[in-house]
Design a protein around this ligand. Structure first.
Ligand code: HEM
Ligand code: PLO
Length: 489
């Protein structure tokens, strides 16, 4: 390998692209995270490849992942620009796909503050989530009474959307709301197309990024932008400095305050509080808030259906620790270790973002014993970390017990090869919120219902569809009310 000025070698590099093409036949259509994990056998834990003209380094081991995300977090805090993310975010004017900058840092801080504010107050996050859990349970009840099998996806999505909608816009959607239906459609279109352009160079089986995909993306983004603009205009119209209803108000307040302190050099625009930046930040939180949590809930339900004994044990835990006369609350989390362990196991076995979001080296640096040049893209293969045979016994087996202490009375982390939310300066902003939602929605559902596959249907597929989030395929469930539980209206 070519050696650098610092004396360290460059990571092993994959041969020319046509050869990679030949490694992948259509008969073994591995998604990228699985393919990258497999390449370790030949190239080691760190290797690089060329994506068009970009050097990409793939990281498969937790010690290197932590070096990138935590120890050298700032050096690797950059994000690449791609055609599709530029369309989605008006050229990186958001948090997740925006490059490392003062603006990025400022927006993270505002969002963080706004999310924390919701911990307290009358409309606390917990109350909002429980109200949605209640309404979700009454819909399951209705379906059960009519002996219907349900595709839970639209209802789960609406429950999760209403939580993030309350936090972002102080609003929510009723069943059948046309704005919600259109959101479902545009968001799926975005998930199906965004980020794909940067992978087609390595994966010939993704085929040329077709212009039809680009058209779909642009169409979906324009519908999303109209929705965001409408919320923005409404908020501007009845904005008051004295009340902060939601995240959008928090962003507007920061903008007003920058405008009031406006000097010749420092304008709201120049500190990154332009209308575009505000819209893209709230668009990120809204999008992330919907697609990630919904995906985890869908995976959790799939695994519960595959493992009825896990479901039963969670229900026994709920019965003994919460009882059936009251609904689960956040303060019950500590006394429900088996449910907590199950959530951890779902996030391990099917990580929402198996390759995180690509990072970029902002200066010449190193990872492990390899030199890394400024501008290199770095992909953390979370799939490799979560399925590392040296760290996890039988990694493809769904076993919540691996996250329990030996007495079964508390949760543990059996391996440090586990980063479902990333780590360091780019760590997920919604981790606490997502964990509250997953805990409350699952505990409410399982307190009242037993989930199973409808008669004559196959068990739902465990294979995910790779994209900016790893989504499960559609499936139907029966929700059978448990005897003697509260009745929902
Ligand atoms: C970033 C996971 C829910 C907002 C990320 C990253 C991961 C992740 C792996 C990328 C970290 C990196 O690139 O190094 C998850 C999982 C979730 C979840 C597993 C659900 C279980 C949420 C929610 C929100 C959110 C509910 C919104 C409130 C964000 C944002 C970023 C991010 C804004 C970008 C951070 C940055 O680049 O600075 N998340 N997330 N996430 N997440 Fe989440
Ligand atoms: C989901 C579709 C939405 O319409 C737009 C959107 C915004 C933010 C993205 C999110 C999508 C997918 C999941 C992402 C999130 C930012 C952070 C999160 C990528 C594309 C993760 C898991 O990293």
């Amino acid at each position: 390998f070519r050696s650098s000025t610092r004396g360290l070698p460059e990571p092993p590099q994959l041969p020319a692209l046509p050869l990679i093409g030949s490694l992948l036949s259509l008969r073994s259509p591995h998604p990228p995270h699985v393919f990258f994990k497999g390449l370790q056998g030949k190239y080691g834990q760190i290797y690089s490849l060329m994506m068009g003209s970009h050097r990409v380094i793939i990281i498969n081991h937790h010690k290197h992942a932590k070096e990138v995300l935590m120890k050298k977090g700032k050096v690797f805090a950059g994000r690449p620009r791609t055609v599709t993310t530029d369309i989605l975010t008006r050229s990186g004017k958001d948090i997740a796909f925006g490059d490392f900058s003062a603006t990025w840092r400022f927006h993270r801080k505002i969002v963080h503050g706004a999310l924390c504010m919701f911990g307290e107050g009358s409309a606390s996050i917990e109350k909002i989530i429980c109200a949605e859990a209640q309404s979700l349970c009454s819909i399951l009840c209705e379906a059960a009474a009519a002996h219907l099998s349900l595709d839970l996806s639209p209802e789960l999505t609406r429950a999760v959307t209403n939580v993030i909608c309350s936090l972002c816009f102080n609003s929510s959607y009723c069943r059948g709301d046309p704005e919600f239906e259109s959101m479902l459609e545009y968001s799926q279109g975005i998930v199906d197309t965004v980020g794909k352009d940067s992978l087609v160079d390595i994966f010939p089986w993704l085929q040329m990024f077709p212009s039809a995909d680009l058209r779909l993306l642009k169409h979906c983004v324009s519908i999303r932008d109209k929705l965001l603009q409408k919320k923005y205009d409404e908020h501007k119209a009845d904005y008051s400095d004295h009340v902060q209803r939601d995240l959008l108000d928090a962003l507007l307040r920061a903008k007003r305050s920058a405008e009031n302190n406006n000097t010749a050099e420092v304008s709201a625009e120049s500190v990154g509080l332009s209308d575009d930046h505000l819209l893209m930040t709230v668009g990120d939180i809204f999008g992330a808030g919907v697609e990630t949590t919904t995906t985890v809930l869908k995976w959790a339900i799939i695994y519960l259906i595959h493992h009825p004994q896990v479901q039963r044990r969670i229900q026994e835990e709920l019965d003994s620790k919460v009882g059936c006369g009251k609904s689960p609350q956040l303060c019950d989390r500590g006394s429900l270790p088996y449910l907590e362990a199950t959530i951890r196991e779902v996030l391990r076995i099917r990580p929402v973002a198996p390759l995180l979001i690509p990072h970029v080296a902002l200066s010449d640096t190193s990872i492990g014993d390899f030199t890394v040049r400024k501008g290199s893209r770095v992909i953390i293969n979370l799939w490799s970390l979560h399925h590392d045979e040296k760290e996890w016994e039988n990694p493809e087996l769904f076993d919540p017990g691996r996250f329990l202490n030996s007495e079964g009375t508390g949760v543990t982390l059996p391996s440090s090869s586990y980063l479902p939310f990333g780590a360091g300066v780019r760590v997920c902003l919604g981790e606490a919120l997502a964990k509250m939602e997953i805990f409350l929605f699952l505990s409410w559902i399982l307190q009242h219902f037993t989930l199973s596959v409808p008669q004559g249907h196959p068990l739902p597929s465990l294979e995910g569809k790779f994209g900016v989030v790893l989504q499960p395929a559609k499936y139907k469930v029966n929700a059978t009310p448990r005897p003697g539980r509260l009745f929902f209206k």
